[in-house]
Design a protein around this ligand. Structure first.
Ligand code: TXA
Ligand code: MG
Length: 351
C-alpha cells in the first residue's frame, strides 16, 4: 500500500462544531480509515456499510481475515438494527453497562457484511463510554467497525502517539482524545448461544455480569482448534522484546525476592533489562524502570500497554513484569500479560 501522511487531529470538544471531529466523521463517511479514542484502547474505525473500507482495515493492521471486528455504535438502536434477533439478556446488559467496556455478541442480520464478521453469523457490538467516540459515530451517521488500532499481534495503543507509531503512514487520520482511562480492551460476552459466555475477560467482570443477570456466566476456554472467538487462536499483545512474567508469591516479600533474583540473573549474563512494575519495585536495579504507580489492578490496566510499548522501543534483551493474583479486573490484566509473555516464571513454593 502507498504510504500516506496520517493526520493528527486534536479534538477539543465533542460538539459537532469541533472542526477536527467533523473532518474525521466526513473522512469515515467517505470510506477512509480513522483511529479514534475509546475508554479502553484506541480503535481503528471504518464505516461498516463500506466494504472496501472494512477490507482496508485488515490490510492496514496485517490482520488475519478470519478475525472478526467489533462494531461500535452511538446508541442502542444502531446495535439492534444489526441483530437478527435481540437475545433475552441483551436489554438488561445494555441498560446496565452501556455506554461502557462491554461487547455483546449477537446473531447478525443481512445488513452486516461478511468482511466485518469474517463470515460468522454473529456480530460483536459495543457502545463505547468515551464521549468523543460516541460523538464521532453519531456525526458519521453509521456504526464503525473498529479493532484495536495496532499492527496485528502487538500491544494495543492507549494514546494517539502510540497509534501513530503503529499505523502512521497507513491510515488517513488519528483523532486525539488524550490517554485512555481504562487501558485494556472490553469484555467480550457471547449472547448468541443458550448460555452467556465470556470470550475475552475485561473490565466488566464475570461476577458483575452474574449479579446483573442472576444466572451463571461461563468462560470460554481458549481452544486453538475450535475457538469460540477467532481472536483466541492468534498471538496477541506482544512486544518485540521477550517479556518475562514473574507470577506473584503468596507474600509480597517473596515477589520482591523473585523479581530481584530474575533481574540479577539476567544482568549477570550480560543482558539488559527493562522492569515494568509498581513504584515500590523501582530500586531493583533494572537498566530502566517503568512505574505502574501503586500497582493495583486498575493501575496495571491503565499503564501496562504504555509501559510495554515504551520499554520495547529501548531495545533491551528482556522486559520483566510481576503478575497479579488472578481475580476480578486482574484476571483481564493477566489474560493479556500471559499472552504477551515469552516466559512465565513461577513463584517459589513457600514464598
Ligand atoms: O475495547 C475494545 O474492545 C477495543 C476498542 C477499540 O473498542 N476493541 C478491540 O477490538 O479490542 P479487537 O478487534 O482488537 O478485538 C475484538 C475481539 C477479538 O478477539 C475477536 O475475535 C472478537 O472480539 N470478536 C469480534 N467479533 C466476534 C464475533 N462475532 N464472535 C466472536 N468473537 C468476536
Ligand atoms: Mg486487538
Amino acid at each position: 500500500m502507498a504510504p500516506v501522511d496520517t493526520l493528527h487531529l486534536r479534538v477539543t470538544s465533542t460538539r459537532t462544531r469541533d472542526g477536527q471531529l467533523a473532518v474525521a466523521a466526513a473522512a469515515l463517511r467517505a470510506g477512509k480509515l480513522v483511529a479514534f479514542p475509546t475508554e479502553t484502547v484506541y480503535g481503528l474505525g471504518a464505516n461498516i456499510y463500506d466494504e472496501d473500507a472494512v477490507r482496508a482495515i485488515f490490510t492496514a493492521k496485517g490482520r488475519p481475515p478470519d478475525n472478526p471486528m467489533i462494531v461500535h455504535v452511538a446508541d442502542v438502536d444502531q446495535a439492534v438494527n444489526l441483530a437478527q434477533r435481540v437475545p433475552r439478556h441483551f436489554p438488561i446488559l445494555a441498560d446496565t453497562f452501556w455506554p461502557g467496556p462491554l461487547t455483546l455478541v449477537v446473531p447478525r442480520n443481512a445488513s452486516v457484511f461478511d468482511a466485518v464478521t469474517a463470515g460468522l453469523d454473529t456480530v460483536a457490538v459495543r457502545m463505547p463510554g468515551h464521549k468523543i467516540a460516541r460523538a464521532l459515530i453519531a456525526e458519521a451517521g453509521v456504526p464503525l467497525a473498529a479493532p484495536s488500532a495496532n499492527r496485528s499481534g502487538r500491544p494495543s495503543p492507549t494514546c494517539a502517539e502510540d497509534v501513530l507509531a503503529e499505523l502512521g503512514g497507513r491510515i488517513f487520520a488519528v483523532l486525539d482524545g488524550g490517554p485512555c482511562a481504562v487501558g485494556i480492551e472490553s469484555t467480550v460476552l457471547d449472547l448468541s448461544r443458550r448460555a452467556p459466555s465470556i470470550l475475552r475477560p475485561g473490565v466488566v467482570t464475570r461476577e458483575q455480569l452474574e449479579s446483573v443477570l442472576g444466572t451463571r456466566v461461563g468462560v470460554a476456554r481458549s481452544n486453538t482448534l475450535h475457538p469460540a472467538s477467532p481472536g483466541m487462536k492468534y498471538a496477541h499483545y506482544a512486544p518485540a522484546t521477550p517479556l518475562l512474567l514473574v507470577l506473584p508469591s503468596a507474600r509480597a516479600a517473596g515477589t520482591r525476592k523473585q523479581l530481584a533474583a530474575t533481574i540479577r540473573g539476567l544482568r549477570e549474563q550480560g543482558r539488559t533489562v527493562g522492569l515494568l512494575a509498581a513504584a515500590k519495585y523501582g530500586d531493583l536495579g533494572a537498566d530502566e524502570f517503568f512505574s505502574l504507580d501503586t500497582g493495583t489492578d486498575v493501575e496495571y490496566a491503565r499503564l501496562m500497554y504504555r509501559g510495554l510499548r515504551a520499554l520495547d522501543t529501548r531495545g533491551f534483551d528482556a522486559i520483566v513484569c510481576p503478575g497479579l493474583p488472578e481475580e476480578g479486573l486482574a484476571l483481564a490484566v493477566m489474560n493479556r500479560l500471559r499472552k504477551a509473555a515469552h516466559t512465565v516464571i513461577k513463584a517459589h513454593p513457600g514464598t
